[in-house]
Design a protein around this ligand. Structure first.
Ligand code: TRP
Length: 376
């Protein structure tokens, strides 16, 4: 039996080469060995405000991107989360077996909202009060004092109240919907980045809790943390991951960027003043990132590239990296152009995908409802 692997992807608009080289390439390569299920998670997207037209556009756009990148609907399943009602239904049931206490410890919710439920909260700027040479213990005492003062202030109360009032319960509940996604398909493995590991762990906890209570209902999934090698960093600040949310457009290369744009972005990429093309993540993060990009784009080992560019300058090297990326994107962009002309094909792939996974989702849901005692 092939391992069932479930991946959820946010329809968050344009994908960049960091998404492609960091995740999609591995999915494409693993299509033969695994039973892959790819789900565009639009129900997760609406946990934060969305424009309906843009959300629809992005959902279709993401599907085009995955297909263009090599996800083959004959080997893998690609579908849209909201096309399968079982996700929301299972999420509700799981909600009733999830504790408020464990949910409020989820770090992504805290990072996204800045809301600190419970004992933790954000400190005000205390720099003017912490300048002198207190020892550690004294500092901790002072911070406590400031925290207490701050937490008692009207400003804190007002700020937190406002935040809480404009954040959806859905965002708080996000990990439970994710657990439903994973558990519906008897998933064995979930490939995730570090930031999502906690969500897979809570999925395991919920599954085990229900299994302990009612007998074996769910397959307990394993998180598989993505390999370091394909961690593509921002071009303008190579100490940060490449991210679409970055304000600076030159920090990422989109899968739809044209050749001219790609040359320009790489020409502006941050490097150092040494003019030596060697991999050293700490001392030369910019050059190391470019070497890494070229290495994964061309499937060439980094030492080989270092040898090849031993006598080159940064200008030439950057132009070559750009060229490799342009070459890598060529077939993807050709397919995107094809899908742009035939969106009905993409829609059909998604509909067929949702239908293909239906029996499995329905079977799991039936099992859960029976175990819990829902319906007659
Ligand atoms: N939360 C994931 C992210 O933001 C997306 C996601 C939703 C997901 N459901 C999932 C990932 C199930 C893996 C499995 O990246």
């Amino acid at each position: 039996m092939k391992k069932r692997v479930f991946s959820g992807v946010q329809p968050s608009g344009d994908l960049h080469i960091g998404n492609y080289l960091g995740a999609i390439v591995n999915w494409v390569r693993s299509q033969e060995e695994h039973d892959n299920v790819f789900c565009i998670v639009d129900l997760h997207a609406i946990t934060v405000p969305q424009d309906p037209k843009i959300l629809k556009h992005r959902t279709l756009e993401n599907a085009k991107m995955y297909l263009a990148a090599g996800i083959d609907p004959k080997k893998s399943t690609l579908f849209v989360q909201s096309d399968r009602p079982e996700h929301s239904e299972l999420a509700w049931i799981l909600n009733c077996f999830t504790y408020f206490g464990e949910m409020k410890r989820m770090t992504q919710f805290k990072d996204k909202t800045g809301i600190q439920l419970g004992r933790n909260f954000t400190l005000p700027d205390t720099s003017d009060r912490l300048i002198s040479n207190y020892d550690n213990k004294q500092l901790i005492a002072i911070i406590r004092e400031i925290e207490a003062e701050w937490k008692n202030s009207d400003t804190w109360r007002i700020q937190n109240k406002r935040k809480e009032e404009s954040i959806s319960v859905g965002l708080f509940d996000y990990p439970v919907l994710m657990a439903a996604d994973i558990l519906l398909y008897d998933t064995d493995e979930v490939p995730v980045g570090d930031d999502q590991k906690q969500h897979v762990e809570i999925t395991r906890d919920i599954a085990q809790r229900i299994n302990n209570k009612f007998g074996k209902v769910f397959t307990v999934p394993e998180p598989v943390i993505k390999k370091e090698g394909a961690r593509i960093m921002s071009l303008t600040d190579p100490t940060k991951k490449m991210a679409k949310s970055d304000q600076n457009e030159n920090s990422y290369v989109l899968l739809r960027d044209d050749a001219d744009t790609i040359y320009k972005k790489f020409a502006k990429a941050q490097t150092d003043s040494e003019n030596v093309i060697k991999f050293n993540k700490e001392k030369k993060p910019g050059i190391s990132n470019l070497l890494n990009i070229m290495s994964v784009a061309t499937e060439t080992k980094i030492p080989e590239l270092e040898k090849k560019y031993a006598n080159s300058n940064y200008g030439q090297f950057k132009a070559d990296v750009a060229e490799c990326v342009i070459e890598m994107l060529k077939p993807i962009q050709a397919k995107l152009a094809k899908y742009d002309k035939d969106e009905d094909y993409v829609r059909k792939v998604l509909k067929d995908g949702a239908e293909a996974v239906a029996p499995r989702a329905q079977e799991t849901l039936k099992r859960v409802k029976k175990a819990v005692g829902l319906g007659l």
